[in-house]
Every structure is written in C-alpha cells, then in structure tokens.
Ligand binder design. Structure first.
Ligand code: KG4
Ligand code: ZN
Length: 349
C-alpha cells in the first residue's frame, strides 16, 4: 500500500476502552486509548452506565491526541470506521454518534464495523495482509471462537466457539476466586510466572469420549471455573493457604492447552497453513508461547499482534475500515444502528 492510501480514523467504544486509531493502508499512524477500568474495578466488572459516561468525557481529547500523534488534522481523514457491535449499547452509541457527526462534518464516508472481525484483522497493521484462508482464534472477554477467514473478511466462517464462558471470562472469574483485581486476565498472567503449571491438573473441557467428534473445534470453560472454585474451597475448609501462583499457572496452562490444541486441529482438518490469534486473551504470554511451539511443530505459520493491539483499541477498527475502503465495500447509511449481540459472521448493518 502506498503512502497516498486513504487515511482511515477508527473509533472503538464497545466496552471500557475509548480507542481512537488512525491508519493509512496497513500503516498505523496513531493508537490512542483512554480506559475507565479503574472506575469499574471496585464493582468486579464493567458497569455499563459508568463506561458510557467515561467515553463521553474521553472521546474528544483522545481524538485530538490521535491527530497530533499522527501529524494530521481531521481534514486529512478520508473515511471513518466505528465499532457498531457487539458491545454495551450505551457505550457503542457514544462512538457511533461521534463517528456519524464527524462523517457529516468532514463529508467523508462512515463504516459501522464488527468488533470481533476487527480483532482478527488488526494483525495486518503489524504483519501485512492475512493469507487466504487463515484460521483465526478469537479470544476476548466476551467471545471465544475458531474462525475460517478468507480474503473477504465480510464472509468469516465460524468453525467452533465456546459453549459457555469465553476464555477471558474464565480468566476473570478464576482471578476473582483467587482474590486478584479486575480484570483478572493480566493478573493471572503475571502471578503465574512464579507458579508451577503442572501443579494441578485442571479439566480441559469437552475432553470426554465422544466430545472430540461432536465438538471438534468448540471450547467449554465453565467446568474449569467450577473445578477451581471446588479446589480452592477444599483448601480453605481445611485451613490451608491457597498457592495462588500454582493455581494461576495451572489454570492458564489448561486454557492455553485447549485453545492451541483445537486451533492446530482446525488447521489440520481444513488444510490451512496460517493461524492468527486476536482478542484480549491473545496478550497472554503462555498462550502466545504455547501457540508458537505447537504451530511450529505442526508446520503452521503463526501471527499474533503485539499485546497492545490485542486488547480493545481504535487501531483495529481503523484496520478493518481500511480494508473495507480498499476493497470498495459500500459505506454504511447514516442511520445505521448499534447491535449489542452482533455475531462475528455479520457486518455491522
Ligand atoms: O478483547 P478485549 O480487550 O475486550 C473484549 O472485547 O472483551 O478482552 C478483554 C479480556 C479480559 O477478559 C481480560 O482479562 C483478558 O482479555 N486479558 C487477558 C490478558 N490481557 C487481557 N487474559 C489473559 N492474559 C492476559 N495477559
Ligand atoms: Zn474486544
């Protein structure tokens, strides 16, 4: 992509991060993030009303910072992309209303995009165009899926998904059981470094006879959470200390094991040689290391974006917008809505 490629501004407000990204072709020019995570921490989860209000306060300054850091003015922007779903409705509306207002003021097209697809496509900013086809492992706080991604990102094919909790949700719930702060995923990652991953053999989910045939590319994490809760309670009832680092390392091992084993199986069964991992959990150090080792052993090439592109951000939205602009996809009508439960297979309107 040449430097005269269109400049796309991406807006992300689906949860608790206000993200503004600016992209030209596959080149990242700016990625500004403001987070309200500290305001939610004492509630142990994201409070939608607080998230919406925080987006409203943070979005304009973030926009200014992003333009400054990209060395552009708003007049240089050729198109706007914005997360239209899935996510918290009140939070999404702040981004979508801002995007529409900017599109009208600047006379540029606006693209309402799918947050989940943008988690997969963001890697193009770091490692160039995705191979066609690629198996995508999407692991975030609300979603966990294995996807078959073709050149046309608007026709993502789901191969499997979690039957209950998302991987990030499993990390967060276990962290809570261990008394670690919210969001728990990064804490488990950190604490696990001091622990023994083989200390406790936690269940892998869908591993019973017959499950492999029936659910070859699906996941289940609710049993893991229950097993950890039981394990912790039994130690507490016996008056024993909880070896937090060992529990964290063993849980992380179980999650990374299941995710990577199913990803390699999906590639093998579908004759696909490329893997991309996206979503907040892709920032997990053990998942990254295990995926690297298993993909290498299976002769697969693996791409994982750097951690700050894995968690929610505006650059990923701009990356998907940039792809839509480059492929000549039609822009959204100005009356497009937000869709809180948008499936990964659907464009945003
Ligand atoms: O993609 P994301 O930023 O937001 C959603 O779209 O959900 O993902 C957030 C999830 C949270 O559950 C968080 O605990 C998890 O990603 N996460 C991690 C790590 N960093 C973020 N999980 C494990 N290890 C990490 N290093
Ligand atoms: Zn996300």
């Amino acid at each position: 992509m040449t430097s005269d490629a269109p400049i796309v501004l991406g807006i992300e407000t689906s949860c608790d991060e206000t993200g503004i990204g600016i992209v030209q072709g596959h080149t990242l020019l700016a990625n500004e993030i403001a987070t309200s995570v500290d305001e939610h921490a004492r509630f142990g989860g994201v409070v939608p009303e607080i998230a919406s209000r925080s987006h409203l306060e943070a979005i304009e300054p973030a926009l200014q910072r992003a333009c400054r850091s990209a060395g552009i003015t708003l007049d240089d922007v050729d198109a706007i992309a914005v997360t239209a779903g899935p996510g918290l409705v009140g939070a999404l509306i702040v981004g979508v209303a801002t995007a529409k207002a900017l599109a009208v003021a600047l006379s540029v097209p606006v693209y309402g995009v799918n947050h989940l697809a943008s988690h997969v496509v963001v890697d193009e900013l770091q490692h160039g165009p995705l191979a066609d086809p690629t198996v995508g492992l999407l692991v975030s706080g609300g979603h966990s899926s294995l996807l078959l991604v073709s050149d046309d990102v608007e026709s993502i094919r789901p191969l499997g998904q979690t039957l209950d909790d998302a991987a990030g949700e499993a990390f967060d719930k276990v962290a809570r059981l261990l008394g670690l702060p919210f969001p728990g995923g990064p804490w488990i990652d950190r604490v696990a470094r001091e622990g023994d991953p083989s200390a406790i053999d936690f269940p892998r989910g869908l591993n019973n006879p017959g499950d492999r045939e029936r659910y070859p590319y699906d996941f289940s994490f609710s049993g893991l959470k229950t097993a950890v809760a039981r394990w912790v309670k039994a130690r507490q009832d016996a008056g024993e200390d909880i070896p937090v680092a060992d529990v964290a390392a063993s849980v992380q091992e179980a999650i990374a094991d299941v995710l990577t084993a199913r990803t390699v199986a999906a590639c093998r069964d579908h004759g696909v040689g490329e893997v991309v991992i996206g979503g907040g959990v892709a920032a997990n150090s053990r998942l990254r290391a295990m995926a690297e080792a298993r993909c290498e052993a299976a002769g697969l090439s693996l791409r994982v974006p750097r951690p700050d592109l894995c968690t929610d951000n505006g650059a990923m939205v701009a990356a998907l917008g940039s792809r839509l602009v480059a492929t000549g996809a039609p822009a959204s009508p100005l009356d497009f809505a937000t869709t809180s439960n948008l499936p990964v297979t659907r464009r945003a309107w």
